[in-house]
Design a protein around this ligand. Structure first.
Ligand code: NAG
Ligand code: NAG
Ligand code: NAG
Ligand code: NAG
Ligand code: NAG
Ligand code: NAG
Ligand code: NAG
Ligand code: NAG
Ligand code: NAG
Ligand code: NAG
Ligand code: NAG
Ligand code: NAG
Length: 653
């Protein structure tokens, strides 16, 4: 017998689920399921929802791509190839952008790079690659790069230009107002800071009281949200990931599909390696393409107790678990790496500040419990069954496996991406510059059991990478399909865009947790210049060369004659390009002849280094906020840096 008192609130809840969390707080809520049957599926292809959305997006990118390519190739002697490309919608090149991790450095430098692609940026059509973002289908991010992607997408696809125009020196509510560090949001005002953290504690407690495990990642996600969603009530404690589906700008497919990446730790593993399961969160689903899971679930109903995707309590589903800030925190989770490095004492101190004793289990992970993939059977048991067996799914920073650029979602053959623009704002070298390690790791992964469904072009080792200056300016990888035929499939062409110094020393420490207004502007401007070869001044052909990279896969597939201008571009920008007209000696010859061979399993040494590299320690000192300045000079690198600074929190209490 159902009483009115039970039915009425339920009806109200169902209406409210159209947008934000029905609890209007951080707490997940039980509702009646909007659909019967399983919430999970085999990862055999993209979801029906994504397919339907893509049809809308493709119609938009087709026109935008035509506009961009027409502009970019205006000086070509013969542009008839454009007619061939736009003869049929299925010939139109598909583009993805991947934004690496690296804390605020990656967020800000990545923002400048992205701004160079965005026709909403002043000057991007004259000095940059303006309009290419409008023609982009997928935008992925991890860690600091996911802050960039998440901020834009869940703020109704705002632009970098708008964010910058909104910067002001007051302490009000502009997006990315990081003049004060995340650990002392009030600056000198300790009352403000204390109040902020008390609020956060209250917010995460609502989730705990609703019966869910909470961890330091909940704290982290809430704390970050104040910088990404400052205008929303409680910085969006009720803003859900799946609510993007209801935003007009997403429904009309006027923005790319945002995808955020996190890694998983198997219960028995002591270390996260390249064979860990890489998870993606898109607005429809979360899950993994990897053989170790090979499944996706509806992101909206995370938190529901399921067996093989069927709610164990028939007809009852949970909504509101998919908090946007929580996912952004999961992708940038620093705590697990810190634990590995022996900082458990420090972690305990932070735990004590935010979590009560009975909440302190697995606190260094983003806890997805109940496990949405419990009892699913889509995995390859020769790899592992633990993603399906365990009661909780524990996720960590998307760069923990050494793949600091979120390529995996964009490489999936089903998504049919032709070119990926890869922003590398990582800190591989001791001076915080990238050296190709992220690319190398993704290249290597395809030779491991977990990589059997993926393909990636040949990448030289880090020494060659640095010696040839490939980390100094944009480089194209995988220009020749004919050279990639031994891989699982022909992967997209990679346009690599590394962080490098133009107008500003943008190799700031990942440790830097506050940037003044001027520093933020300088970082963004430098990123713009890094993505455009200094506003096309170093090479006025760069814009047209980018268009050659974009059309390359379709040009090869359709056997369209390569424009002669592109031939010159490929000689300049392609690693290991085998020119058709020019003798091989004039091209780069340092690639091994076994390039791309699936049978060349050279993983061990480079891999072993790579898997631990995310946790390597390098001596760094920092200038964070006034508070952080106080004492800390911990050995640190990458994700660890955040932790070290966050540790200063306890100085505050
Ligand atoms: C679920 O299935 C039951 C019984 O088959 C049906 O009565 C109900 O309407 C279905 N609910 C939804 C949301 O489809
Ligand atoms: C940007 O590109 C889109 C798609 O091509 C177009 O509709 C829009 O008008 C452009 N905006 C600006 C400011 O150029
Ligand atoms: C490059 O273009 C950007 C965007 O228009 C601008 O902010 C920056 O000042 C330019 N840089 C140089 C060196 O001209
Ligand atoms: C996005 O825009 C819609 C109006 O189209 C508004 O209702 C919603 O609150 C906005 N979302 C955010 C996160 O600002
Ligand atoms: C905000 O700025 C004002 C001055 O503009 C200052 O007095 C106040 O302390 C600041 N508040 C915080 C929380 O930083
Ligand atoms: C410090 O922050 C508190 C809380 O926001 C505020 O009430 C107070 O006015 C601030 N103090 C100063 C000196 O600005
Ligand atoms: C991952 O690789 C490591 C070493 O290469 C191995 O010990 C571990 O069992 C592997 N884990 C899975 C889930 O394949
Ligand atoms: C999942 O799909 C794969 C094909 O990609 C197939 O081999 C496998 O049998 C399917 N698994 C289940 C449980 O249906
Ligand atoms: C590249 O970066 C990795 C990761 O930090 C480091 O181990 C390696 O020594 C670096 N190599 C070069 C040539 O810079
Ligand atoms: C591609 O086109 C060239 C002429 O442009 C022709 O010689 C060649 O046979 C074609 N190849 C295929 C596979 O169609
Ligand atoms: C691939 O490229 C390398 C040079 O980078 C060359 O030595 C090799 O012959 C090429 N392989 C094929 C199949 O074209
Ligand atoms: C595999 O490739 C590496 C370069 O990555 C090369 O040095 C090595 O000789 C190759 N091994 C085999 C067996 O072809």
């Amino acid at each position: 017998m159902k009483s009115y008192s039970w039915i009425l609130p339920l009806t109200a809840f169902i209406q409210a689920t159209n947008a934000w969390s029905p609890s209007d707080s951080y707490a997940p809520t039980e509702v009646s399921c909007e659909r019967n049957g399983t919430l999970t599926r085999n990862a055999t292809g993209i979801s029906n929802d994504e397919q339907a959305w893509l049809e809308k997006r493709d119609a938009i990118t087709e026109n935008a791509m035509k506009t961009f390519l027409t502009r970019a190739t205006a000086n070509f002697s013969d542009t008839s190839f454009l007619d061939s490309l736009f003869e049929n919608s299925s010939y139109v090149p598909r583009v993805g952008i991947a934004a690496s991790g690296g804390g605020y450095r990656a967020m800000l430098s990545g923002a400048g790079m992205l701004a160079a692609f965005d026709n909403r940026t002043r000057g991007a059509n004259e000095n940059g690659l303006g309009g290419l973002l409008q023609a982009t289908t997928y935008l992925s991010g991890l860690s600091g790069g996911n802050w960039l992607v998440g901020t834009l997408a869940w703020n109704n696809w705002t632009s970098i230009q708008d964010i910058i125009d909104g910067f002001d020196d007051s302490n009000t509510t502009s997006i990315w107002d990081i003049s004060n560090s995340i650990i002392s949001p009030g600056g000198e005002n300790d009352t403000y800071t204390t109040e902020r953290f008390a609020l956060i504690k209250e917010q995460i407690n609502t989730k705990y009281e609703a019966g869910y495990n909470i961890s330091l990642v909940d704290v982290w996600g809430r704390a970050l949200s104040y910088y990404f969603f400052p205008d929303l009530k409680n910085a969006g404690d009720a803003l859900t990931w799946s609510s993007l589906r209801d935003f007009d700008v997403f429904q009309s497919a006027s923005m790319p599909l945002p995808i955020v990446v996190a890694d998983n730790k198997y219960p028995d593993d002591t270390q996260i390696t390249l064979n860990t399961t890489v998870f993606e969160f898109n607005p429809f689903e979360m899950g993994s393409w990897d053989p170790s899971l090979h499944s996706f679930t509806d992101v909206k109903y995370l938190g529901t107790n399921v067996s093989n995707g069927i709610p164990t309590d028939e007809g009852k589903c949970v909504v509101g678990f998919d908090n946007t800030g929580f996912f952004l925190g999961a992708s940038s989770d620093i705590f697990y790496g810190a634990l590995l490095e022996g900082y458990s004492t420090y972690i305990n101190v932070i735990e004590k500040e935010f979590l009560t004793a009975n909440q302190s289990v697995n606190t260094e992970f983003a806890i997805f419990s109940p496990n949405p993939f419990k009892d699913t059977k889509y995995y390859d048991s020769s790899v592992t069954s633990s993603n399906s067996d365990s009661d909780s799914l524990l996720l960590v920073d998307g760069g923990s496996d050494g793949q600091d650029i979120p390529f995996i979602p964009l490489l999936q053959e089903e998504r049919a991406v032709d070119a990926i623009f890869a922003f590398d704002n990582g800190d591989d070298t001791t001076e915080n510059w990238p050296n190709g390690t992220a690319l190398i790791n993704t290249y290597q992964r395809q030779f491991m059991p977990q990589g059997k469904n993926m393909a990636f072009p040949y990448i030289p080792d880090a020494t060659t990478f640095v010696e040839q200056g490939l980390n100094q300016k944009p480089t194209f990888f995988g220009c020749d399909s004919s050279n990639l035929t031994s891989l699982s499939y022909i992967p997209p062409l990679i346009v690599y865009i590394p962080n490098a110094e133009y107008s500003y020393a943008s190799n700031t420490s990942t440790f830097t947790l506050s940037y003044s207004l001027q520093e933020r502007l300088d970082m963004v401007q430098n990123g713009f210049e890094a993505a455009t070869r200094k506003n096309l001044t170093e090479d006025s052909d760069f814009l047209s060369c980018v268009s050659c990279a974009v059309i390359r896969r379709k040009q090869e597939k359709l056997n369209i004659t390569l424009p002669s201008e592109c031939e010159r571009c490929f000689q300049n920008y392609c690693y290991g390009y085998k020119s058709v007209n020019v003798s091989a000696s004039s091209t780069n010859t340092s690639s091994p002849s076994t390039q791309g061979s699936k049978t060349n399993y050279t993983v061990s040494s480079a891999k072993a280094d790579a898997s631990s590299s995310a946790f390597n320690t390098v001596s760094t000192t920092t200038t964070a906020s006034a508070k952080a300045n106080a004492a800390i000079s911990l050995s640190s690198n990458g994700i660890l840096s955040y932790l070290s600074a966050l540790l200063c929190i306890f100085g505050m209490f």
